[in-house]
Each structure stands twice: as C-alpha cells, then as structure tokens.
Design a protein around this ligand. Structure first.
Ligand code: ZN
Length: 110
C-alpha cells in the first residue's frame, strides 16, 4: 500500500469512526427502557419493544465495527497491515478502502 493510499485510508477510517460514534449515540438514545403499558398503550408499547430490539442489534453491530476500525487505525502503520491473516497475500485495496477492518482477503473471508 502506497503512503498516499495509506493517508487516504487513515482519513476515511477517522471519518468512519466519527460517523459511527454519532450513530452509536443516536442508537443509545433509542434503546432506553420503554415506559410501562399504561403510559403509552399496549400496542404501541409492543411496537416500541420491537423497534428497540432492532435498534439494539444495530447498536451492537455499530459498537463492534467501531472497535474494529479503531484496531485498524492502530495497526495501519504496521508492515502487516493490509495482509491477509489466513494466506499472507495482500488484501485488495478496494476491499480495504470499503472495509478497513478487514483482516482477510476476499477469498479467505468467504
Ligand atoms: Zn487470504
């Protein structure tokens, strides 16, 4: 990976982290405890519980991705960065740009 590509990638990871943190904050607000039935009605409470569980799944995914992105950022200057942990081949630049947290090439990730 060229120094220019690495610099661009670093910028992208940082931007992704900022966006993810905003997303996590928003999702955390949406996954607060739901008020009892008599406060909002039974049907809308059921809907709220359903929505909350969807948001909780999204929140978990966002938190996991944040950890991976921070890890990728901490390893970006390491000589092994962008090398597949399975086969030792370089991971395609397009894949790294799209998913900087990738530790496997497309072939090994399948
Ligand atoms: Zn591989």
């Amino acid at each position: 990976m060229s120094p220019e590509a690495k610099k661009a990638l670093k910028g992208k990871i940082l931007a992704d982290i900022v966006a993810l943190k905003a997303d996590i904050e928003r999702l955390e607000a949406l996954t607060q405890p739901i008020p009892p039935d008599d406060a909002i009605g039974r049907i809308s409470r059921m809907e709220a519980i359903h929505e909350k569980s969807i948001n909780e799944t999204a929140l978990d995914a966002a938190k996991t991705r944040l950890i991976r992105l921070e890890l990728a950022l901490s390893k970006i200057d390491h000589p092994d960065f962008g090398i597949c942990v399975e086969c030792g081949e370089a991971i395609a630049a397009g894949r790294i740009m799209l998913m900087p947290e990738s530790t496997r090439c497309v072939k090994c990730a399948e």
